[in-house]
Design a protein around this ligand. Structure first.
Ligand SMILES: NC(=O)c1ccc[n+]([C@@H]2O[C@H](COP(=O)([O-])OP(=O)(O)OC[C@H]3O[C@@H](n4cnc5c(N)ncnc54)[C@H](O)[C@@H]3O)[C@@H](O)[C@H]2O)c1
Length: 265
């Protein structure tokens, strides 16, 4: 049968950060399937290389919090069409220390903001420069549902993701003011099953129960999938999203449609 699927990212150079695993890896796969020339970046070079090999892309070591890393990257890739600022941490990857507003350490607070917020700022700054000559492009910032509501137990994560949401709008308006068709949008996933959840879910016999408890308040009552996030990113990256800038798209199984604080009838 004839392949009717349109390849929406042909002749577009696409950079994805934090793409060695999880959501970023799936975005890289989807962009490659859409015909994009994909540069898979991560601070985990071996992981990025494995994904690049799988999809026929290029891998580069890029720690998004490192200004020097972005400077080197910009020298090598001075022109791109799409950037997904996906790399992010919760703060619980290597520590079980409290992250609430009363007990979080300043060092932990800053570490989360360094990757999630500074990384996104540096990525956007690079992308505007790398899209300016052509005058068009798409920047997609992976924020979170946690950037739209308070999260008492992960305050730095929530704060950093809220700032990513706001910065996306500043970037969108700045580019429009400059007469550039460089669009910038934020994506807000809720619970998407990736290795990010492993520290919280564990691998013991209660993993299934823990998963069910975590999505008990989600109207669709399940975790989302990485494919569901990648599909939205492909649309935003492509020319189909050409009139969308400064918007936020929730991918949350209906979680933000209502309020669990609403009185029960
Ligand atoms: N999984 C979810 O439920 C969920 C929900 C909302 C938002 N998000 C966001 O989606 C993005 C991806 O999440 P995920 O679940 O795939 O996470 P993950 O932990 O599975 O993968 C994150 C990747 O980012 C990389 N990374 C971390 N710090 C980096 C840095 N400084 N520079 C470059 N790479 C770095 C890691 O090496 C890893 O490959 C994150 O921004 C996360 O906050 C995830």
């Amino acid at each position: 049968m004839k392949d009717l699927h349109l390849k929406r990212l042909q002749q577009k150079r696409c950079v994805v950060t934090g793409a060695a695993r999880g959501i970023g890896a799936e975005i890289a796969r989807r962009f490659a399937a859409e015909g994009g020339d994909v540069i898979v970046t991560d601070k985990d070079f071996a992981g990025a290389n494995a994904i690049a090999d799988e999809i026929g892309g290029t891998a580069r070591l890029l720690d998004v919090a490192g200004e020097d890393h972005w400077a080197d990257f910009a020298k090598e890739f001075p022109q791109i069409d799409v950037l997904v600022n996906n790399a992010g941490i919760t703060g619980f990857e290597e520590s079980t220390r409290a992250q609430d507003p009363e007990h979080a350490t300043l060092a932990d607070w800053r570490a989360v903001h360094r990757t999630n917020l500074d990384g996104t700022f540096l990525g956007c700054r690079y992308a505007i420069g790398a899209m300016r000559a052509k005058g068009s492009g798409a920047i997609i910032n992976i924020s979170s549902r946690s950037g739209l509501v308070g999260i008492p137990g992960a305050a730095a994560y929530a704060s950093s993701k809220a700032a990513v949401r706001n910065h996306s709008k500043s970037v969108a308006l700045y580019c429009a003011e400059q007469g550039l068709a460089i669009r910038c949008n934020s994506v807000h996933p809720a619970a998407i099953l990736t290795p990010m959840w492993d520290p919280m879910l564990g691998d013991g016999p209660d993993r299934t129960d823990r998963m069910a408890a975590l999505v008990a308040d989600t109207p669709l009552r399940r975790f989302g999938t990485v494919k569901e996030v990648a599909a939205v990113c492909a649309m935003l990256a492509s020319d189909e999203g050409a009139y969308m800038t400064g918007v936020e798209i929730n991918i949350d199984g209906g979680l933000l449609a209502g309020s669990i604080a609403a009185p029960v009838r």
